[in-house]
Each structure stands twice: as C-alpha cells, then as structure tokens.
Design a protein around this ligand. Structure first.
Ligand code: ZN
Length: 338
C-alpha cells in the first residue's frame, strides 16, 4: 500500500498535507467514468460533505494515507505515522495478486461510488490497467428496504434454508437479474416454490411417460444460451426453461414421443446448468439411499486423504457395481446414478 501511494506521489497524482496524502482527481482524465457522472456533478454532491478540519484542495480528492490523530492506531510511513485510506488496500491486493488488466471486479452496486471509482482512479493514476469488466450486483431487499444488519431486518441463509426448499431460493435468485434489487420474503419465496413445483411435476411426468433417449432440443438450448450470453440474463433463461416445460407437456399430451423426449432432455440439461435437480430426486424429501451413498463417498475421500488407496478403490468399485458413478473435482467428489 505504501509503494502504491509513493508511486502516486512520485507521479504527481497525489499531494501531501498535514492530515495525510490525497489523490488529486482533476489530474486524472476520466474520473467519474465508472459511475457515469462528470467531475462537476460529483463535486457538487461532495461539497456538502466536506469535514471542517479537512485540508484537501478539492472536496472530491480522497485520502490515500491518513495521518494518525492522538490515540489512533498507526503505522510508520514516509509521510509519518498513520493508516491507509479506504480504497488503497483493494488496489494493492488486486494488482499484486491478479496483475494488470485482470478480468472481473465484482461488488455490490452500493460500492460503485466512491469506492470502486477511487480504486480505478488509483490504479490508472499509477499507469496500470485495472479491471476489464465491472460486475455490480443489486441489493437484497425485505419489504422494499435494503436488508442490512443495522436495520435488523435480515434473515440468515440458514433460517431460509430451514424453512424453504433450497432450490426455491436458488430459483428466486435466478429469476432476478443480478443487477436488479431482489425482494426476499414469504411472497416471493412462495411464488418460487410454486414455480419449482411445476418443474418437479413435469420431471415426474416425463419419467412416467418413459420417453426414448434423446439429445436436448437444439433450438431451446440456443435460446437459453443467448439469454445467458446477454449479461448473464438468468430471468430470460429461466423463462426459456418454463416454455420448454409447457411445450413438452403438450407434446406428451398428443403422444409426440420424439418431440417430448428432446424437450424433456433440454429441460433436464438446462435445469442442471442452473443447479436445479428436478423431480422427486431433487426435492428435499430425505432419500435414504442418497444419504448412504454420501456416507460411502465421504469414507472414500477420507481413505484417499489417509493414503489408503486400496480401500478407496474398493469403495469406488462397490459403488460402480451399484450403478453409481463418481466424479472427482478439485472441490470434492460428486456422484450420480448412471
Ligand atoms: Zn474494494
């Protein structure tokens, strides 16, 4: 952090005062580009918030290093004892660990200004390329208000998952575009659970219809793909899935087995892309065999970790004989019925 601040001072993008080191926003062309506002516009907003004891040249200038006041925690620096400003740590870490011009910087949309705008300014001020893409997600709301610890209107994920099928929560998240505000509450979760019920009902119906094996309907897959390619348009992608369920139900009604099979295969494939396991298998109703298999998979992982490879292989072979296929990933082992 000190090296980045020193570089900005050296390049005359920053200046030192009695209270610390500040970034001079008027020395960087394009300040405000991330939040899509002009420097004049931003300055008007900032003017009202200037501290009386501030000795900045411009109300928009922001601290890179704050000189310690009496009794505050402090570290040594070329500008005397103090502490880093808010934004500098993210710039120092991302440029050090990810390098110049890294792909994606994420964050909540409440951080676009000033935090991300200032991170970007600091990196560009050092002559370095910063994030190529910025991905800002909308806030979660309860009853029209931002969910926050300070308002006390928050629900923990644990509480939600205890009361609702986890897949209903996942579907609700997918039905809200990531950049939009998501309303979490009994109403929206009820709606998601009902929608999920339609998917499960279809999956069970397709199983009973005993449809022939088929590749997923290519037109449906293509519509899904283009929805996702448009800024991760999950609400449109979910709509494609529900359209396919409607069409597949009609195909089963008129005994068009070939059409139904291709649509049903698309529903299965696209649901699994979205992380939704459908039908009785996917519901939260306990499945004793699945619990037993989970236990055996965990035993095998433990055996592998302990170097007992013969035992690990024995468990795998026993599962294979039962028609269970294992897949080892960096994150762990998953299984499916073949
Ligand atoms: Zn940050």
């Amino acid at each position: 952090m000190i090296a980045v601040v020193a570089d900005l001072v050296e390049r005359e993008m920053a200046y030192t005062t009695d209270s610390g080191v500040y970034f001079a926003v008027d020395r960087l062309s394009g300040y405000g580009a991330l939040v899509h506002r002009s420097v004049e516009d931003l300055r008007e907003g900032a003017g009202a918030r200037v501290d009386v004891d501030d000795d900045k040249a411009d109300p928009l200038d922001f601290a890179l290093w704050k000189a310690a006041k009496e009794g505050e925690p402090a570290w040594d620096s070329p500008w005397g004892p103090g502490r880093p400003g808010w934004h500098i740590e993210c710039v120092a870490m991302s440029l050090d660990l990810l390098g110049d011009g890294f792909d994606i910087h994420g964050g909540g949309d409440d951080l676009i200004f000033p935090h991300h705008e200032n991170e970007r300014a600091e990196a560009l001020g050092c002559g370095r390329a910063f994030a190529t893409h910025w991905v800002h997600n909308g806030m979660v709301q309860v009853g029209g208000e931002k969910m926050s610890k300070s308002l006390g209107n928050f629900t923990t994920l644990g509480d939600l998952l205890g009361a609702w099928d986890p897949r209903a929560l996942r579907l609700l998240v997918l039905q809200t575009h990531y950049r939009r505000t998501m309303e979490i509450g009994s109403d929206t979760l009820d709606q998601a659970a009902a929608a999920l019920g339609r998917l499960d009902t279809f999956a069970d119906r397709a199983t009973q219809a005993n449809l022939p094996a088929s590749v997923p309907d290519p037109a449906v897959v293509e519509r899904f793909r283009s929805a996702m390619d448009d800024d991760l348009g999950t609400p449109a992608a979910v709509a494609v899935l529900f359209d396919a369920v409607r069409d597949a139900n009609r195909a089963i009604d008129i005994e068009d087995d070939t059409g139904a099979a291709a649509l049903a295969a698309a529903v299965t494939t696209l649901s699994s892309v979205l992380g939704l396991e459908l039908g009785s298998r996917g519901s939260s109703v306990p499945d004793p065999e699945a619990t037993e298999i989970d236990g055996l998979v965990a035993d095998r992982s433990a055996a592998k970790a302990a170097g007992e490879y013969a035992e690990a292989d024995r468990i795998r072979d026993a599962l294979t004989a039962r028609g269970i296929q294992l897949e080892d990933n960096p994150a762990g082992t998953t299984w499916r019925r073949s």
